[in-house]
Design a protein. Structure first.
Length: 192
């Protein structure tokens, strides 16, 4: 998958797409451990069998055409420079979806994207910190854009954009716009 209309220097210039994978987040961590990761790498998947949510929960991605990706970003900055980044990431996503599709979603701190008290998406921000310096971030994003079938245990608390608004989201376009905006945010935050 190529990300169209990228205006970034680093973010999204290296993209890997998997029709199915255990977890985009796990794949980035494997590449970090194997020293095969490039700054700005994006890993996108159609289906995740073991998607990672917060508090060790699983993020179910068992239908295609949802937004499921992780990003690796070298930061080398003091810890305080990335404080609150998850909320800012959520705001970027909510703003893109509002601007491009006219839909209004809410943010439930610290990391959920909601519609009428039902979860539409989530953000998992992980990092490597050494001596109060954040070496890199691994950011995982999952948004139910196209999912229609929810298991009984989550159907009261989860929903999707297609289910609520009846529209199809161009996932590649949203991911590219997200990369464009996140790179600007990170440049501003990590400026020396």
């Amino acid at each position: 998958m190529q990300l169209m209309n990228l205006s970034t220097k680093i973010l999204g210039r290296e993209v890997s797409f998997y029709p199915e994978i255990d977890s985009t987040q796990s794949e980035i961590w494997r590449r970090i451990e194997n020293h095969t990761i490039i700054n700005g790498s994006v890993v996108i998947a159609d289906i995740q069998t073991q998607g990672k949510g917060t508090h060790g929960r699983i993020w179910h991605t068992d239908e295609p055409d949802n937004i499921t990706f992780s990003i690796y970003l070298q930061t080398d900055c003091p810890l305080e420079k990335v404080e609150g980044i998850t909320i800012e990431i959520a705001q970027i996503l909510v703003d893109i979806l509002k601007k491009e599709y006219g839909i209004t979603l809410e943010i439930k701190e610290p990391n959920d994207i909601m519609y009428h008290q039902k979860k539409v998406g989530g953000i998992l921000t992980e990092s490597k910190v050494h001596l109060e310096t954040v070496k890199f971030l691994v950011i995982g994003i999952g948004i139910n854009t196209n999912k229609m079938n929810f298991t009984q245990d989550i159907q009261r608390i989860a929903t999707s954009i297609k289910k609520e608004f009846g529209i199809k989201i161009d996932t590649g376009k949203v991911i590219a716009q997200f990369c464009n905006q996140l790179e600007v945010v990170m440049e501003r935050r990590t400026k020396k």
